[in-house]
Design a protein around this ligand. Structure first.
Ligand code: FMN
Length: 307
């Protein structure tokens, strides 16, 4: 029996520990379950699901960078109907909170997806990916537009009683303003951050290395940016934060919690070591024992509380 209470709360969502798997880095959980005991984790977030299946972008979709990776997968996914039929039965076998990440091109599409999924008992919360193109408004991203993020939160909130997390884009000047509108419109929590916009060129062909040209940068390179965004939100807005971005080991998890995160998600690291998350749970417990922490949730925003 563990002496340390590793459980955390993200609004109404209770997790046995703060370590979750980030959207898009573990598909729907099947492959990673061979390396990592999902029942030991705090939660698992699905690849972004859209109303209809999406093939995503043509290759090249991934490029390695000095301290991370660029990806422009283009939200390839099976769609909500197929997810219910083919993916939920597998996930039902596990006793780990399943968080469904949703992506859409219009507000109506977000709402439609939620309505289809909200009665599925296995789904414990929704995470809304607002960093995708808003086709109706001429290719702008919802994630860069405060009003649009407010509207998505309001409409999705009205469509579900399940815990609602809005995943924020870091490609904005003041992320706290976005967290504020999420809180105002009834969101239970925010996740920060999604990937940073980046690109890369082949110097011989003089062409972009990624078919889509722009891509999302993730991995250790973005950790300081992600930490600063989490800190900015926690300093300014009273809302639970899920910290994401460049977490490579247990120390990074602790750092995110000190800065204000109630829980965290692990993304790029899953490609390097798919067993890492389970190990990290054990290591954060060891840290708590060594430093005399009885409840890990007390670490959240301790930098601000202790100041
Ligand atoms: C290959 C890949 C695919 C991703 N797909 C999604 C996605 O479908 N939806 C989403 O909200 N985030 C997606 N992300 C972003 C991650 O969930 C995470 O926010 C980001 O990678 C930063 O964390 P990390 O540095 O630990 O990877 C993806 C990231 C990667 C690397």
């Amino acid at each position: 029996m563990s002496k340390v209470d590793l459980s955390v709360k993200i609004g109404p969502l209770k997790l046995r520990n703060p370590v979750m798997l980030a959207s898009g880095t573990v598909g729907y959980g099947n492959e990673i379950s061979e390396f990592c005991d999902l029942n030991k984790l705090g939660g698992i977030v699905t690849k972004s699901l859209s109303l209809k299946p999406r093939k995503g972008n043509p290759p090249q979709r991934i490029v390695e960078t000095p301290a991370g990776m660029l990806n422009a997968i283009g939200l390839a996914n099976v769609g909500v109907e197929e997810f219910i039929k083919e993916k939920i039965p597998f996930l039902k076998k596990y006793d780990v909170p399943l968080i469904c990440n949703i992506a859409a091109s219009t507000i109506e599409e977000y709402v439609e997806c939620i309505k289809i999924l909200t009665n599925e008992e296995t789904i414990k919360a929704f995470e809304i990916n607002v960093s995708c193109p808003n086709v109706r408004e001429g290719g702008l991203q919802f994630g860069n537009n405060i009003k649009a993020v407010g509207k998505v939160t309001e409409k999705v909130r009205a469509a579900t009683d399940k815990p609602l997390i809005i995943k924020l884009s870091p490609n904005v000047s003041y992320i706290a303003e976005f967290a504020e509108i999420v809180k105002k419109e009834g969101g239970d929590a925010v996740s920060a951050i999604n990937t940073l916009v980046g690109t890369a060129f082949n110097i011989f062909t003089k062409k972009p290395k990624i078919y889509n040209v722009n891509a999302g940068l993730s991995g250790p390179a973005i950790k300081p940016v992600a930490l600063a965004k989490v800190l900015e939100i926690s300093r300014n807005v009273h809302i639970p934060i899920i910290g994401i971005g460049g977490i490579m080991n247990w120390k990074d998890v602790i750092e995110f919690m000190i800065a204000g995160a109630s829980a965290i998600q692990i993304g790029t690291l899953n490609f390097i070591d798919p067993a890492a998350s389970e190990k990290i749970v054990k290591e954060i417990e060891d840290y708590c024992i060594q430093t005399g922490i009885d409840k890990i949730s007390e670490l959240t925003a301790s930098y601000l509380i202790d100041k």
